[in-house]
Design a protein around this ligand. Structure first.
Ligand code: FES
Length: 79
């Protein structure tokens, strides 16, 4: 599964660094390094309400405080 987190300036201001750090530690915690491929990307023009994250090409807009729920639902839920 390919998960891409935007590190463009708008997303950076909304906390993309924190989202990346949280996702990295959740992946590590559950030993999913082989299954979940975390990547960074530049602005894709989707800087709307939150940090732009895609899971296998599907777009989500994430707030740092929603990262755990997102991880459980969209990442664990799809494995
Ligand atoms: S800065 Fe992230 S989508 Fe634009």
């Amino acid at each position: 599964m390919r998960v891409t987190i935007c590190i463009g300036s708008a997303c950076h201001l909304k906390g993309s660094r924190e989202v990346v750090a949280q996702l990295q530690s959740m992946v590590k915690e559950r030993h999913l390094e082989e299954q979940v491929d975390l990547n960074g990307s530049f602005c894709s023009g989707n800087c709307v309400s939150g940090v732009c994250v895609t899971v296998d090409g599907q777009l989500y807009s994430l707030k740092p405080e929603d990262t755990r729920e997102f991880f459980d639902r969209e990442i664990i839920g799809r494995l």
